[in-house]
Write a protein that binds this ligand. Structure first.
Ligand code: ZN
Length: 320
């Protein structure tokens, strides 16, 4: 009898695959590196091997699987169920659904990875019970998922929620991968926080300088968050500045969407109050009372499991 779903979180560096029950709990999961510079057939082969191993490690077989949901780091074409483009994977026009349904003989559903993160949080995480949600994942870039009336809003060609490229700085902004300058993700992503910290490391405190030397004259975003929590003033200020930029951008988004919940995830969200306080303050000062009164800004709960859970929810939402 069918009782489980496979959720796949396909990333540029790793593939996470999990067996999820109909309550949204992960029963078992695997994480393998993403094949580099290989065709999509190679990735499909890895999906095949991982799913076989996952089922072998549990008491389930394909007869128990409702279907497979996959979060993709790129643009999807929902009219043809193909991956239109996934730059980090070097994919263009990939008929992933069709190929995988032939391989597994169960339904396969695709969604953009920022959207699966939002769906995951709504199913079992910070968004449980809410149906108007903006979910931001602050990582290498800034991904956004917009949920209206419980459903992901895709827009005319699947580009809705690409909030990372909202322009927040008209003059003097950094260059973005998208070709513009001063995007939200060039001012507030983990990547931009690292760049700003590296620029300021010479004038920094002992704590940051020490860590910078220890890591071979560089610094990770994770360390910046940890140092900020230990009280390093440079790291704290840089994260707080990102919070202010985010808070203002979130207020602007709320004028359009009037959500009940804004969920912030990704590595930088672990900075907690150092990020959330300036973010909430900026949000309050730029959003009208009527808009901000019923909008809560909260930290994501599922961490790096949101992708698997959200991918599985694509299938779960279609089980009656
Ligand atoms: Zn951009």
């Amino acid at each position: 009898m069918k009782s489980v779903i496979i959720g796949i979180d396909l990333g540029g560096t790793s593939i996470k695959l999990g067996l999820v029950n109909i309550s949204g709990q992960i029963i078992q999961s695997l994480e393998w590196p993403t094949p580099k510079n290989k065709s999509y057939h190679e990735v499909i082969a890895v999906f095949g091997q991982m799913s076989e191993q996952l089922l072998r490690e549990t008491v389930y077989d394909w007869g128990d699987v409702f279907g497979v949901g996959i979060g993709i780091p790129g643009f999807l074409d929902f009219s043809t169920c193909t991956v239109f483009e996934a730059v980090n994977l070097g994919w263009h026009q990939v008929p992933l659904k069709e190929e995988l349904e032939r391989l597994w003989d169960v339904p396969v559903l695709l969604e953009n990875d920022a959207n699966t993160a939002a769906l995951g949080e709504m199913w079992t995480g910070a968004g449980k019970g809410a149906s108007h949600i903006i979910c931001l994942t602050i990582g290498t870039g800034i991904g956004g998922g917009v949920i209206i009336n419980g459903n992901i809003y895709h827009g005319v060609n699947g580009s809705a929620g690409e909030v990372g490229h909202i322009t927040v700085k008209e003059h003097g902004g950094r260059s973005c991968n998208c070709g513009k300058k001063g995007c939200l993700e060039t001012e507030a992503s983990a990547t931009s926080i690292v760049l700003k910290t590296l620029e300021q490391v010479k004038e920094a405190s002992g704590l940051l300088k020490e860590e910078y030397a220890k890591q071979g004259n560089t610094i990770t975003a994770k360390s910046i968050v940890e140092l900020a929590k230990l009280g390093d003033p440079t790291c704290k200020t840089i994260i707080a500045e990102a919070g202010t930029v985010l808070g203002k951008a979130l207020a602007n988004m709320c004028y359009l969407l009037n959500p009940e919940l804004i969920i912030i995830g990704g590595g930088i969200s672990y900075a907690g109050e150092i990020l959330f306080e300036p973010m909430s303050e900026a949000f309050r000062s730029f959003a009208l009372p009527r808009l901000r009164q019923n909008t809560a800004i909260v930290q994501a709960k599922l961490g790096n499991q949101a992708g698997i859970v959200g991918a599985a929810s694509l299938i779960h939402r279609n089980i009656n």
